[in-house]
Write a protein that binds this ligand. Structure first.
Ligand code: PGA
Length: 251
């Protein structure tokens, strides 16, 4: 049985350590019931030591640096994340790209995360809604991120398709459609096939992100070949996020 991967991306939230612990504990307790879901919470780095992964809940980081140690003010290493119980890392989120993260940096981070044994979640997505043609940007983001990453690391990779225009802070909560996600996931698999071959391309999980909530999540999870969702805003509301887990568990 392949579990649905449900990742909570808390971004630069919650505001306090106390709130962080409260929300996490509620999600952690609820997660115990859901055997068919891989629950991952990615808080800001500074909160990682306050919360503990468990058998049904994993910790993720929102970023990683591509060097092991040294004079890199403000950065965080693979070893530090490992020590904090992290097993997933988000890489290339559009909000980081907007702040200046380059394709080259994303490539180095994917390699670093996957080769150090994390599950590397590569976030890709076009900025504008484009009905006419398949987005060139997504293709470029995937090809450049995986360039030089050996096939043996394919099993460590997850692709999160997050159209930037559907992320709640841009869209006011309006998501993409499951149909478009379906078409994009086929397109993404074709790109992966060219890079790593058929076996790897068929096995890499592809998840959807962008204004996911308890009302629309089923549509995205029902997409053939889809493996889960990446949830931003709705994951900060424990009752809402637990509803999402419950729906995913029934899949
Ligand atoms: P959202 O964020 O669910 O608030 O749209 C998703 C993301 O940016 O990862």
């Amino acid at each position: 049985m392949r579990k649905q991967i449900i990742i909570a991306n808390w971004k630069m939230n919650p505001r306090t350590a106390k709130e962080t612990k409260n929300i996490f504990e509620r999600i952690k307790n609820a997660s115990k019931k859901y055997q068919r879901v891989e629950v991952v919470v990615t808080p800001p780095h500074i909160y990682l030591p306050l919360i503990k992964a468990g058998s049904r809940i994993k910790l993720g980081a929102q970023d990683i640096f591509f060097k092991d140690e040294g004079p890199f003010t403000g950065e965080i290493s693979a070893g530090m994340l490992k020590d904090s119980g992290v097993s997933y890392v988000l890489i290339g989120h559009s909000e980081r790209r907007e702040l200046g993260e380059t394709l080259e940096t994303v490539r180095k981070k994917i390699y670093q995360a996957a080769s150090k044994g994390f599950r590397a979640v590569l976030c890709v997505g076009e900025k504008e809604k484009n009905q006419e043609a398949f987005p060139v940007m997504v293709k470029e983001e995937i090809i450049s991120a995986l360039k030089g990453v050996p096939r043996r690391l394919a099993s460590k990779t997850i692709i999160a398709y997050e159209p930037v225009w559907a992320i709640s802070s841009h869209s006011g909560g309006k998501s993409d459609t499951p149909q478009n996600f379906f078409e994009m996931s086929i397109y993404i698999r074709r790109i992966l096939l060219d890079i790593w071959g058929k076996n790897a391309a068929l096995r890499i999980p592809i998840i959807y992100g962008g204004s996911v909530n308890s009302k629309n999540v089923k549509g995205f999870l029902d997409v053939k070949g889809a493996s889960g969702v990446l949830v931003g805003k709705a994951s900060l509301n424990p009752a809402e996020f637990i509803k999402i887990l419950e729906i995913a568990d029934k899949k």
